[in-house]
Design a protein around this ligand. Structure first.
Ligand SMILES: Nc1ncnc2c1ncn2[C@@H]1O[C@H](COP(=O)(O)OP(=O)(O)O)[C@@H](O)[C@H]1O
Ligand SMILES: [Mg+2]
Length: 275
């Protein structure tokens, strides 16, 4: 692991010809489906495997892709919790019941819902001008539902390395101050749109070319969620806590006040108008 850049593990793995992983990549139905649809021409390797999703690095017609595949949803924990689901309307009681019972059909439906939520938020935030990866399928749901359980977005990094998370990046004091300011701006930009991230900390902030990029949006909530204020306070607390490693010492309360103040100021220029 480099100082500022994290090696793209998958690339190394691809060169080392780890056949078991290549096998997995050529037989995984989710990946085969993306190749069939023409979104992916080559899977270069695995970037990160978490308990909720595996992120692959791939190549497609428009360059390098981060491919986030939701899987193993039995293992999903906090993002599934009622706190985020509150105030969300699914509209089909049979599906709601299947999800509550965690049946196979329910899990598949849940997977589709998280995929759609992440695409929808990526499109909304990216077109509003926020620092998030560009979504690569959509914006119409008829296009992106075809890629479920995968979300395709622009890879943040280059041919040599993936952008590090702020939770692992080593920053100079100047860089740390800048990252903190941009992290506050990012949370304020969400709030200006009436949104709260729901898992906002240095683990979901990438550091690339001296800028902060927000990621990981399936649990973003709006003001319909009765827990909105609690989620906002929780995000402010985890953001400030996670930044102490960069020498930033702000209380949860002052962080939230600053975010709220910035949210009342004008935001970034929109990139595009969504249809
Ligand atoms: N667009 C991207 N470009 C580069 N790396 C990414 C991108 N999206 C995700 N990653 C990497 O994959 C990891 C997991 O992605 P994330 O969306 O946070 O999913 P989760 O935390 O639910 O597993 C991130 O911490 C980051 O290291
Ligand atoms: Mg994450």
């Amino acid at each position: 692991m480099g100082q500022k850049k994290r090696r793209v593990q998958g690339r190394r793995r691809a060169r080392d010809m780890d056949l078991s992983s290549e096998d997995a990549q050529t037989t995984d139905p989710a990946l085969l489906n993306l190749e069939r649809l023409g979104h992916v021409t080559e899977v270069l390797g695995e970037l990160k495997s978490g308990k909720e999703a595996t992120v692959y690095l791939a190549r497609g017609p428009r360059g390098l892709i981060a491919l986030k595949i939701y899987r193993d949803l039995q293992a999903r924990s906090f993002k599934n919790d009622a706190m985020y689901r509150a105030g969300r309307y699914i509209g089909d009681t049979r599906i709601e019941k299947a999800i509550a019972q965690r049946s196979a059909r329910g899990l598949q439906a849940q997977q589709g819902i998280w995929t759609a939520h992440e695409y929808q938020r990526l499109w909304q935030l990216w077109s509003a001008g926020l620092n998030v990866p560009e979504p690569l399928v959509g914006p119409h749901p008829s296009a992106y539902t075809e890629t479920s359980p995968a979300v395709l977005m622009r890879f943040i990094g280059d041919e040599d390395a993936a952008a590090p998370r702020l939770s692992e990046a080593v920053l100079t004091p100047d860089e740390a101050r800048r990252a903190w300011q941009e992290a506050l701006d990012g949370m304020a930009a969400l709030l200006r749109l009436g949104l709260v991230h729901g898992d906002y900390s240095t683990y979901n902030l990438l550091w690339w070319e001296n800028h902060v990029m927000m990621i990981d949006f399936p649990q973003v909530s709006d003001k319909q969620n009765p827990n909105f204020q609690t989620l906002l306070e929780r995000d402010a607390a985890s953001l400030s806590r996670s930044f102490t490693r960069h020498g930033v010492n702000e209380s949860a309360e002052s962080t939230l006040r600053e975010v709220q103040k910035r949210a009342r100021q004008p935001g970034p220029h929109p990139r595009v108008q969504l249809p």
